[in-house]
Design a protein around this ligand. Sequence first.
Ligand code: NAP
Length: 242
Amino acid sequence: MTRIKTAVVTGANKGIGFEIARRLASEGYRVWLGARDQSRGEAAAARLKAEGFDAHWLELDVTDDSSVTAAAKALAGQTGTLDALVNNAGIADGFGISPLEEPIGITKNVYEVNVFGPIRVTQAFLPLLKASGAGRIVMMSSELGSIQSLLDPDNEFYAVNALGYNSSKSALNAATVSLAKAAEPFGVKVNAADPGYTATEMNGNSGYRTVEEAAEVAVKLATLGEDGPTAGYFNHNGVLPW
Ligand code: NAP
């Protein structure tokens, strides 16, 4: 008998995370939608359940040690293995503020969610990912984390210079490589995904890509086969420069 595959997506109550959860559920995964707010989390899980999917809310604030520890414990009570973890939760702040003047409080808050959050969650869920034998971890990065892209005057994002956000995604990319190297002996692959500029609440729906298009690369990396890459950085066109 084949066992049901399992996935956790953080920040899954809306936006790209919700769509990733829907896609994984449609591929037969039992999916836990990580959300810090009970009513938003339950409503999102209920939407997927109403579509016939095996979806559940998991209380999870990625900035809070005790919330993450409790979430990992709660999950371990429901499944012995985790096949995919998508570290999608993120915030954007400091856009339009000169890097020379961005208040350090903004920079710290952005790092708490976008860098320390994924590291904290990855470490907490690693025992279940190892137990899968083929755990897949996806870090939701951004092309704004690509130092090479931001140094290229021809790149469409060259002028987008948000100190905390951009550097948080570069730090997340570095953490991806570090975690991937350490996790490889356990059959766990860790990759960074750039969804592209996507219409969500994060940018007042100004992005030109749909959440369906944005979810594609993360779902692909969350469902990689044995021969798939690790320690990579990808968007819908393929490999991105670090
Ligand atoms: P979004 O619609 O604003 O959704 C962000 C999600 O993260 C929400 O579910 C939010 O929950 C959650 N979140 C924020 N802080 C959290 C915390 N402390 N603990 C748990 N969850 C938290 O944004 P999105 O556009 O879908 O972004 C998803 C990811 O893609 C982010 O990592 C973002 O940086 C990345 N990305 C987005 C774009 C884009 O153009 N949209 C481009 C590149 C990369 P609440 O509802 O409770 O706030």
